[in-house]
Design a protein around this ligand. Structure first.
Ligand code: NDP
Length: 448
């Protein structure tokens, strides 16, 4: 008999927490997972999953227009937001249910309440104390809203999936993932979208030419960008609309909605980690080692709460590595190199490996190859939008160091190519692969 109530107590049933719980449970550990909101976490409930469905829904606006060029007689179509919204929320509920079933099938006890750490081997849920051999903190992150008068009138990605009605005008603060994805979504839904950013660089961690292509296409579509400023004040007017004031002498702008997309901060407020001697870093994240272990030997943390790489598949890997290592006696560590990522903007972007700047800093002068082309579908649709693929190659070894793309289906295409980049294949090996014609992906083996 163990001296503890549980072998593992997990706080947070998001991507990382659910993976760790169910895998540890499958290894025979006695596991409980506490969740104060809904099973599935940000990705399933109010992130990647519903967002991607909205991206699909929004894209019909252009598809229906383009369809006419392909010979289809399309009557005037009307978009009914509550239908899409409710269908999306229903799918999300179904996935949430399947996550719950998975936990139960692996004998994980689910506790639908907030838990806090009270010591190296103890947690409290409401008035009840539990002990555990190991504690895993997987509480994720939460939108970081700037603090200024009237900021409470804005919404975040937490609320955006359940809107009663769609705004006709929306101002989005930030120019990162969420800002650009929702700029595309709201624009396709017919709203006038304005992005406000403190610099003139959007999606700063992506390859410069690729992000500049997104900016140019977004402007051409009619999305407005206000650079080198931040919001200073929001006033709610009598008719319910909002008046937004900006720093730096810009005129105030009236809008129906403000969406904050200015980053996410780790969910560590009031978590009690100091009771186990764990101190947070200056972003509020939990510092961990390569095995996701904190300074306290019995407490681990995975996912966004550690602020390493804020991506769902990374949190899942960290949860899996933790459970395999601690409960499966199969130790391994997450490899943070060559993580592919994508922005589901319109058009989408995707990238893996080093950008040209990063590669040059690391290896000196690197070679670059590009394919700048108008996808066949855009040609017939008379849509003046060009795709751009860029490859960064080591000048001596010819090993591909980075691959970056913008264009239709870029994330779908990049995933397979990311295998080649991770496997350190050379430009020549790409070129020796016969092109799959006609496709956009064939450009990967035809780059000049
Ligand atoms: P991002 O970090 O992507 O972008 C934040 C944006 O807000 C940047 O433009 C940043 O400017 C700006 N900003 C940050 N702080 C301030 C501030 N105090 N005042 C004004 N502007 C500010 O964050 P998101 O909120 O868009 O997304 C959070 C994270 O969630 C992402 O980093 C990503 O890891 C994840 N995510 C992933 C998605 C995907 O995989 N497709 C989709 C959505 C989210 P600057 O560049 O100057 O710092």
């Amino acid at each position: 008999m163990s001296e503890f109530d549980y072998d593992l107590f997990v706080i947070g049933a998001g991507s990382g927490g659910v993976r760790a719980s169910r895998v540890a449970g499958a290894y025979g550990a006695k596991v409980a997972v506490a969740e104060e909101y809904r099973v599935g976490g940000t990705c399933v409930i109010r992130g990647c999953v519903p967002k991607k469905m909205l991206v699909y829904g929004a894209h019909f606006a252009e598809d229906l227009t383009d369809a006419r060029r392909f010979g289809w007689k399309v009557p005037d179509c009307e978009f009914v937001w509550p239908v899409l919204r409710d269908n999306v929320l229903e799918v999300v509920k179904r996935i949430e249910g399947s996550y719950g079933t998975t936990l139960a099938n692996n004998n994980v006890q689910f506790i639908g309440e907030r838990a806090v750490v009270t010591g190296p081997n103890s947690v409290r849920v409401g008035q009840t104390d539990y002990t555990a051999g190991k504690i895993l903190v997987a509480t994720g992150a939460t939108p970081d809203v700037p603090d200024f008068p009237g900021a409470e009138f804005g919404i975040t990605s937490n609320e955006v999936f359940e809107l009663e009605t769609l705004p006709k005008r929306i101002i989005i603060a930030g120019a990162g993932y969420i800002a650009n994805e929702f700029a595309g979504i709201f624009h396709e839904f017919g709203a006038h979208v304005t992005l406000v950013n403190r610099t003139d660089v959007i999606l700063r961690q992506y390859e410069q030419q690729i992000r500049e292509r997104l900016l140019a296409i977004s402007i051409a579509k009619g999305i407005e960008f206000k650079f080198h400023t931040v919001m200073e004040k929001i006033e709610r007017q009598e008719d319910g609309t909002l008046k937004v004031y900006f720093a730096g002498g810009f005129d105030p702008v009236e809008t129906d909605m403000v969406l904050f997309a200015t980053g996410r901060r780790p969910n560590t407020d009031g978590l009690g980690l100091e009771s186990a001697g764990i101190h947070l870093d200056k972003r509020g994240a939990i510092p961990v080692d390569d095995d996701s272990k904190t300074v306290c030997d019995s407490i681990y943390a995975v996912g966004d709460v550690t602020n390493r790489v804020q991506l769902t598949p990374v949190a899942i890997r960290e949860g899996q590595a933790f459970a395999d290592t601690i409960f499966g006696k199969k130790p391994w560590r997450v490899d943070y190199g060559c993580i592919p990522s994508a922005v589901f903007s319109n058009p989408p972007m995707a990238g893996v490996g080093l950008t040209e700047t990063e590669a040059n800093m690391k290896y000196g002068n690197c070679k670059t190859y590009t394919a700048d082309f108008r996808p066949m579908k855009n040609v017939l649709a008379d849509r003046d939008e060009r795709a751009l693929y860029k490859m960064i190659v080591h000048s001596e070894t010819e090993v591909v160091l980075g691959l970056h793309m913008i264009g239709p289906d870029a994330p779908e295409i990049l995933q397979a190519a990311a295998i080649a980049v991770k496997a350190k294949l050379t430009k020549q090996q790409f070129d020796e692969t016969v092109a799959l014609h006609p496709s956009m992906a064939e450009e990967l083996v035809l780059m000049r």
